[in-house]
Design a protein around this ligand. Structure first.
Ligand code: PRP
Ligand code: URA
Length: 209
């Protein structure tokens, strides 16, 4: 069964408070999401494999370590996932970025896929699917379905705020996927919004509405 990690790092929690605050404007919101994505990327890459190499320092030869293992792919779920990409790339600049476009039908809350563009070597990469919000879980499950259908085998899911319902939905449909969360909130409201949440992530990031 996939594991669920809730990051309790003080910097992540501090910045998340201002992300939640409804008086935080678009510019600051975007900067904070970017910063939290970087901090989360630091935690999520904790288990990347290393290999030993030799390096010549100004003093002598030394054994040291570099990353080994598979290449990484970052998959933002459009739109709001885009806000997390640059923050992750600051730490893993060699990662390729694919995009999966989904929106929630406002009536049924079911995800509708409208765009998929992935790196060509899907089968050779490990993926991190990113979206600020995991609400009903429909979008995350569909994005992971879409990736698996095209050959992806190792997938992690990373979000800022999750509802318990969304976590259960991903665990049920994708028990092989580990989930990384900055905050696990209380519940969903009748409109499928996370309570207390941060409101509409896409609208707050891009200043729409
Ligand atoms: C939001 C959010 C997630 C989705 C989560 O996107 O960014 O993708 O809702 O909800 P779920 O877990 O119930 O599927 P939205 O559908 O509002 O589209 P947008 O990013 O284009 O605004
Ligand atoms: N999508 C959002 O942007 N916010 C929520 O609270 C739920 C889904």
């Amino acid at each position: 069964m996939g594991k669920v990690y809730v990051f309790d790092h003080p910097l992540i929690q501090h910045k998340l408070t201002y992300i939640r605050d409804k008086s935080t404007g678009t510019k600051e919101f975007r900067e904070l999401v970017d910063e939290v994505a970087t901090l989360m990327a630091f935690e999520i890459t904790r288990d990347l494999p290393l290999k030993e190499v030799e390096v010549e320092t100004p003093v002598c030869m030394a054994k040291s370590k570099v990353l080994s293992g598979k290449k990484l792919g970052i998959i933002p779920i459009l739109r709001a996932g885009i806000g997390m990409v640059e923050g992750i790339l600051k730490l893993i600049p060699a990662a390729k970025v694919g995009h999966i476009g989904l929106y929630r039908d406002p009536e049924t809350l079911t995800p509708v896929e409208y765009y998929v563009k992935l790196p060509s070597d899907v089968e050779e990469r490990d993926f991190i699917v990113v979206d600020p919000m995991l609400a009903t879980g429909g979008s995350a499950v569909e994005a992971i379905n879409s990736l698996k259908k095209r050959g992806a085998k190792h997938i992690k899911f990373m979000c800022l705020i999750a509802a318990p319902e969304g976590v259960e939905e991903v665990k049920k449909n994708h028990p092989d996927v580990d989930i990384y969360i900055a905050a696990l909130d209380e519940k969903l409201n009748d409109h499928g919004y996370i309570v207390p949440g941060l409101g509409d992530a896409g609208d707050r990031l891009f200043g729409t509405k």
